[in-house]
Design a protein around this ligand. Sequence first.
Ligand SMILES: [Zn+2]
Ligand SMILES: [Zn+2]
Length: 459
Amino acid sequence: MVHNWWGNSYRGPVTVRKAIQDSMNVIAVKAITVATPELAYKYLTDVGLTTIVDYDVDADGNIISDINQATALGGLTKGVTTYEMTAAYGAIANNGMYVKPVVYSKVVDHEGNVVIDNTTPTTRRVMKETTSWQLIDAMKSVLNGGTGGSARMTTGIKCAGKTGTTSNTYDLWFCGMTPYYTASIWMGFDSNINMGGYNQSLHCRMWRDIMDQIATMEGQDPSVDFERPDGITTVTLCQITGKLPGEGCPTFTDYYAAADVPGQRCPGHKTYTFCRESKCIATSQCPDTITFTVEIDEATGQTRLVSTSGGESADGYAITEETCPLHPEVADEITINSAAGEGGTISASVTCERGSSVTFYITPNEGYAIADVTVNGQSVGKVSSYTFEDVQDNANISAAFVSTGGTTPPTTQAPPTTQAPPTTQAPPTTQAPPEEPTTQAPSEEPTTTQAPSEEVPAT
Ligand SMILES: [Zn+2]
Ligand SMILES: [Zn+2]
């Protein structure tokens, strides 16, 4: 798990599978750096590459060696042959068992004496079965959404492989394998000439077409897959640290050799958004905020805050549960309490969304009249309804009533029929005067159409 630049943009941590799939150079260099160029050189010789140089001195006295990081990208002193590259990839395809390639399996002279006998292959284990299977599986991704998509076989035979393009596009490689065969394609000129102007997928398509023809000829079975060894397990890990996932970790799931599954758990990557002003946890009202992710400093083991927008200092910020006191959260729900004194009723208290409008109706009982209506402590008079428009704050409304005196039916006050909801509806529009009659219109136009024959001078 290493960082990478890709297309001049920082891509963040990527898996080795993704690095192989997208042919990300920086990951290859990081890998050879971690493993050491010396170990990489040993691997290359183990898989039968004989042209790589461990030590040489050129005519000018410069020391030449392929034991360096550039080797990860194919920057080799003398290059490699397709013959040896195919055998090297064949070792991966053979579950990590290298088989020395031969051109002839047996040569006999005219008397039947055996001159060359290669019928017993020379083999040696060069990597673990689990490692080779993981490599194959990652290289399947190259043909499935990666840089080698055009090598994917049309016969549906399972295939895996890797593209390779050297500096200045002098060389175009595709080395790939099926459960049946391994083959390599190299395209380029004898003298190093930039191949960038050529179709960059031709070599992949050539590989595909050759392998497809062989598959058809031999009647190969598309359901046959690379044999998965014991000891491979599926694990979900944190994408950032490669450890077992903790809280807030972005995760990925991939195959691992059981022995390689990490035991440590990631402390997580919980995010916190702070108010820049109070440096407390931001509310929705804070005008200026900054978000940090909690990470672990590998060197010190301490937690630290890393700004998600990149680069900004976390000085002065600390993980806290305290929310911003400067910009308190406002409730989205508003409550309007209503109360009625003796002698009448008022619409019940409501809870509503901020910004809504609510109308309260005040209704005196028989023998009573509205004495006063108070909204938030202020009198609004003897109204029989009151509307709160665009409410932003909690409010209250209360109504007081007054007896109209004994049993005498009320006369002057508002008639008791005001219990019926007041007519807040828009006035009926049916009485709206009819539109301008359009019957006057039709008369004009015909005249012009009837003007048939203008004098056309004969010619
Ligand atoms: Zn994590
Ligand atoms: Zn704030």
